[in-house]
Design a protein around this ligand. Structure first.
Ligand SMILES: [Ca+2]
Ligand SMILES: [Ca+2]
Ligand SMILES: [Ca+2]
Ligand SMILES: [Ca+2]
Length: 468
């Protein structure tokens, strides 16, 4: 067994919700409320669907519901030919083959009511996920099913089913079956058809070997087949994939691949499709520095367009240290950064206090003093001047000061101006010292730069959600 499998399983327990969060952002715009799944009940139309299903399979059939994705029920109603009338499908295992999940397709005949019209064998013991997506823009959605093996939940097989329905016939063809680790439906080349972007790894080699492929559904003869139109190797440091974000600008389409590294850290690999060159590539390193190093983080923060400006922010971190030897303390600063093609541009630098639920956008005048140091002891954020001889305090903020304890605060020092911000039950004390004022720092400036995460701060709301 490869080391990455260990990691990918360990991560698997935590990750499905994250993947869902991310993959949903790329979900089909065709999915309207009318297509939401409805749990079957023993009344009305769902009962009729269930009855038609039960009549078409042998006794002892067991329903199986997808464990991930948008649809989590064994019965899914969906209008996949977009004629305004829903069809349905049911996932199940037959009594005599409990390790092979199947799909039963059901349709409503205007005169006969619901009936089963087709039944196909799947590629695994369980359904992992299912999606409806029109990959060739012909007005009929293809059904993409991810199958899982019960003994290896991270190893999925994808089937793409192309359907053709007329007044008198219903045909299903399997346009592709392949293994995958993660997938995304997205129009990377602006031809108004979504491609399938699949990430997978070579199972025959011991070292990490993830790659990314771009697949298109094409009409070939009488049938449809999915063909590979581009591929690129991903960073050799990927151990497993958490999810994707995408954006586009300057004729380039970018896929941000959030991953776990072989060293157990989180980072972002980036695949770029250049529309003018028709080339799909993965830089994996910039100016000799790997993306693993440039985007490493110890927590599973994911890429997202956190300020809704159309460009994805990559959650990057920088560290400032204080003290030496055993006393050395590292403080993590958060820098949502935009990828420019040859580097990252940080929009702002933040200190995030996850305990007290606030985020502090560090004012430029503090950032400009590169020797500023921090102490996060006792939830106190302290900024010192870069004057090494005196090291005067510029300002302190202390979090989690309840009503009771705030009464016991020491008297303000002679050179200190104190203020409070309220954060739900607790308060944040802000003290600006005269050395801070001398470089232009004011209490108002700090108050303006602090946002309460509990107020739904737009800055990192999407990214912080995964941390709690
Ligand atoms: Ca229909
Ligand atoms: Ca189609
Ligand atoms: Ca396309
Ligand atoms: Ca943005």
């Amino acid at each position: 067994m490869f080391p990455r499998n260990t990691v990918s399983r360990a991560v698997q327990c935590v990750i499905p919700a994250l993947c869902l969060l991310l993959l949903c952002s790329c979900a089909s715009p065709l999915t309207g409320p009318e297509n939401l799944i409805r749990a079957p009940k023993l009344t009305g139309e769902n009962a009729a669907i269930q009855k038609a299903f039960e009549e078409s399979v042998d006794a002892g059939a067991k329903l199986c519901a997808p464990s991930a994705g948008q649809y989590r029920s064994a019965f899914v109603r969906y209008d996949y030919d977009l004629d305004g009338v829903e069809e349905a499908l049911a996932f199940y295992t037959a009594a005599d083959a409990p390790l092979l999940c199947r799909v039963n397709f059901l349709d409503e005949d205007p005169s006969d009511g619901w009936r089963s019209v087709a039944d196909v064998a799947g590629e695994g013991a369980e359904v992992y996920e299912t999606d409806f997506v029109d990959l060739d823009a012909d007005g009929v959605l293809e059904i993409v099913v991810g199958w899982a093996q019960s003994d290896s939940p991270s190893d999925c097989v994808m089937s793409v089913y192309a359907l053709e329905k007329t007044a008198v016939s219903f045909t299903i063809s399997e346009a592709m079956t392949r293994r995958y680790a993660a997938k995304l439906f997205v129009d990377i080349d602006s031809d108004r058809r979504r491609e399938i972007v699949v990430c997978d790894y070579d199972r025959t080699v011991a070292e990490s070997s993830f790659y990314c492929e771009v697949l298109k559904l094409k009409k070939i003869g009488d049938g449809k087949k999915v063909e590979k139109v581009g591929s690129a190797r991903l960073s050799p440091d990927i151990s497993s994939i958490l999810g994707f974000a995408t954006d586009t600008s300057d004729g380039k389409f970018r896929i941000y691949i959030d991953a776990v590294s072989t060293g157990g850290r989180y980072f972002t690999d980036i695949a770029v499709y250049d529309g003018s060159e028709k080339e799909f590539s993965v830089p994996s390193e910039l100016n000799g520095v790997s993306l693993v190093l440039l985007t490493a983080r110890s927590i599973p923060l994911l890429c997202a367009d956190t300020d809704s400006d159309g460009r994805v922010e990559v959650p990057r971190f920088t560290y400032v240290s204080r003290g030496t030897g055993d006393d050395r303390q590292l403080t993590e600063l958060y820098m949502p950064s935009v990828f420019t093609g040859d580097g990252f541009e940080a929009e702002d630098t933040y200190f995030v206090n996850y305990t007290a639920h606030y985020i502090f956008r560090i004012p430029p005048i503090l950032l400009e003093n590169s020797d500023i140091s921090y102490s996060v002891d006792m939830s106190r954020l302290e900024f010192y001047s870069d004057d090494y001889l005196e090291r005067p305090l510029l300002f302190i903020s202390s979090a989690n000061i309840g009503e009771e304890s705030s009464g016991g605060l020491p008297e303000p020092e002679a050179n200190e101006k104190r203020g409070f911000l309220s954060f739900g039950e607790s308060r944040l004390m802000i003290s600006v010292f005269s050395a801070g004022e001398s470089i232009g720092l004011t209490r108002g400036m700090i108050e303006d730069a602090i946002e309460n995460l509990d107020d739904g701060s737009p800055i990192i709301a999407a990214q912080r959600a995964v941390r709690s």
